[in-house]
Design a protein around this ligand. Structure first.
Ligand SMILES: N[C@@H](CCC(=O)N[C@@H](CS)C(=O)NCC(=O)O)C(=O)O
Length: 210
């Protein structure tokens, strides 16, 4: 299998899951501007949307969309519990959280990441995003991880999205005007994420300073 990624982007989430589980997946870097791999492959031929992540199987077929990819990866080692079992209510709760992260947080970030182009719209987008992070902060007040007492794929995804707002190792990539200083539960959770070996190794493997 291959995972197509761009450093510091949302593809860091499946990258973390690969390292958490010790899966045998080749990492293929895609250039954000040219949409070519380091070997010169045209990434649009692999994913017509041009965005990462894409998981490619040995027979050439692909799985797109980060929320589907992390679930597929975690299902390869169900005993590790990075996703609840398929068909259970807990699995749907995880999917609810992944949907929220994807549509409300991830895409809610876009105007802040491209603030110059977004212009005044940033002033509409920022309070919405802050409100959603405040909700996550409250949610984390009574649990160590997003879905309860154990790490799941949702934590890896939120870790990447939270990093866009504050991580020093991302400063050269993203300059967003969102801060989490008042969100103590989110801060504490973020600190726990940073301590995970798979998180540190994934960040370093993408050529980012930890
Ligand atoms: N719906 C997609 C969105 C992925 C996405 O937004 N990827 C961004 C990086 S976080 C990207 O590849 N941007 C570069 C581009 O679109 O050319 C998913 O959740 O997997």
């Amino acid at each position: 299998m291959k995972l197509y990624y761009m450093p510091a982007s949302c593809s860091l989430s499946p990258h973390i899951i690969i390292n958490e589980l010790g899966l045998d997946v080749e990492l293929v870097k895609v250039d954000h501007n040219t949409h070519r791999t380091e070997a010169g492959e045209d990434y649009f031929a692999i994913n017509p949307h041009g965005h990462v992540p894409t998981l490619q199987f040995d027979d050439g077929t692909v799985l797109r969309e980060g929320t589907a990819i992390v679930q597929y990866l975690a299902d390869q080692k169900p005993e590790r519990g990075l996703v609840p079992a398929n068909g259970t209510y807990e699995r749907y709760q995880l999917q609810e959280m992944l949907g929220f992260l994807s549509t409300e947080i991830h895409k809610g970030f876009i105007p802040l990441l491209y603030a110059r182009l977004a212009g005044n719209y940033v002033e509409t987008a920022r309070p919405k995003l802050e409100k959603r992070f405040a909700w996550l902060n409250e949610h984390l007040a009574s649990r160590d991880f997003l879905m309860g007492n154990t790490f799941t794929v949702a934590d890896a995804y939120l870790f990447v999205l939270t990093s866009w707002g504050q991580a020093p190792w991302l400063k050269s990539y993203y300059k967003t005007s969102i801060h989490f200083d008042q969100l103590q539960h989110l801060e504490a959770w973020y600190g726990r994420m940073r301590e995970r070996d798979a998180v540190r190794r994934s960040i370093l493997a993408e050529g980012l300073a930890f």
